[in-house]
Ligand binder design. Structure first.
Ligand SMILES: [Zn+2]
Length: 394
């Protein structure tokens, strides 16, 4: 295909035609040039320019000739829809969302940091965030407590949860319940029932945090519906997605078939081992969504940043296009608030993550100090939010 310069030299008649077809120079606010555009939502994986005007995607084509007020040179880099992190704790701190934005996270879900007693300031942090954000309300009125927030089942109050959702309807998109034995003990199924009851009044999904549970997962899975989310899907035993002989429980496969979303949820302690990732993925249990379980201290834990977490799945052989889908398109489909995000489709808000895929030897850690070495790692390079390049370090 000819670029504009070759085209201009072709003939006077052709130049005239080009003038009619091409927008005038400077028509775009920003063009991201020459990157490998990976957008699973529109089935694109190839070298393209991405043109942005008035905060929206204006064109995704090879060799966009028209000029732009600003240009990002993306040659040799990955250009993806802005990353959507459906399990983070970014909003626990007022500055969290802006930090995550530096990593390419243009949409986030604060997953259960807060319950009915403390959701209001977190909801305020979300409203003040530069990017689109929302929250899952913890069914425990206290939100996450390190010693376990549901040791007294009375902390799971449907009435209080309903009130908290009702006064933060612009922010709350679901209800979270942590089902670990240390959090809830033998009341796990009752806590899930209460989370469901609160969520159902507003037609919202439930996210369950699994791992080291009291009840076997085969008792939990039948309680989940299409649109519900299982996070920490590779949490190790007791009561993991695998039976005692390492085989995937049929109830897990059945849940997935009926539309329950399985989410990675990296986290720091207790949420995944390399062995679990290996055994489960060999049996076809890949994540529908990749999330970080990030907080403002994650830079110094095994999370580091969202692209680093994506790299862990690359190491296990998940194709880059699918890793990208799990961090963008698939994540956007989980919550209606992201309905026009996770895509570079023309007309969509221009949220873009530009990343570098470096080759080399990279060490990754699980939640048990286990290390594995991969040959590729994604690094954040630039973030575009609503059509504007986010200043580095801002
Ligand atoms: Zn979490």
């Amino acid at each position: 295909m000819m670029n504009r310069r070759q085209f201009m030299g072709a003939s006077a008649g052709a130049v005239l035609a080009a003038r009619v077809q091409d927008p005038p120079a400077g028509a775009y606010d920003l063009v991201i040039r020459g990157g490998r555009v990976i957008d699973p939502s529109i089935g694109v994986d190839g070298i393209r320019d991405v043109a942005i005007a008035a905060g929206h995607i204006a064109a995704v084509e090879p060799d966009i000739a028209a000029g732009a007020a600003e240009t990002i040179d993306a040659a040799g880099r990955i250009v993806a829809p802005g990353l959507i992190d459906i399990h983070t704790h970014a909003a626990r701190d007022a500055g969290g969302p802006a930090l995550a934005l530096q990593d390419g996270v243009t949409g986030f879900v604060d997953a259960g940091s807060a319950g009915a007693d403390n959701i209001d300031p977190i909801a305020e942090n979300i409203r003040q965030a530069p990017q689109i954000g929302c929250a899952l309300l913890n069914i425990a009125r206290t939100g996450v407590v390190s010693g376990g927030e549901l040791n007294d089942i009375n902390a799971a109050s449907v009435a209080l949860a309903r009130g908290a959702i009702g006064r933060n309807l612009d922010v709350v998109v679901g209800v979270k319940v942590r089902l670990s034995d240390s959090v809830v003990g033998a009341n796990d199924l009752e806590a899930l029932r209460r989370a469901r009851e609160a969520a159902e009044s507003f037609d919202l999904p439930v996210m369950v945090h699994i791992g080291q549970g009291y009840s076997p997962l085969r008792a939990v899975m039948p309680l989940l519906r299409s649109g519900d989310i299982v996070t920490h899907m590779y949490a190790p035993p007791p009561n993991s997605v695998l039976d005692d002989r390492g085989r995937l429980f049929p109830e897990v496969a059945a849940a997935r078939r009926r539309g329950v979303v399985f989410d990675f949820g990296n986290g720091v302690t207790g949420h995944f081992t390399w062995e679990m990732v290996e055994r489960a993925t060999r049996q076809g249990l890949w994540p529908d969504t990749i999330s970080t379980d990030w907080n403002i201290r994650s830079g110094t834990t095994g999370v580091v940043d969202f692209p680093n977490v994506m790299s862990k799945l690359l190491m296990f052989g998940m194709p880059l296009t699918e890793v990208t889908a799990a961090a963008t398109t698939n994540a956007a489909r989980v919550f209606p608030v992201f309905r026009n995000r996770g895509t570079l489709n023309v007309g969509a808000p221009a949220d873009v993550a530009v990343m570098e895929l470096r080759e080399g030897e990279f060490e990754f850690v699980d939640n048990y100090q286990g290390t594995r070495t991969g040959s590729q790692r994604l690094f954040p390079f630039a973030t575009v939010l609503d059509g504007r390049l986010v200043p580095a370090g801002a």
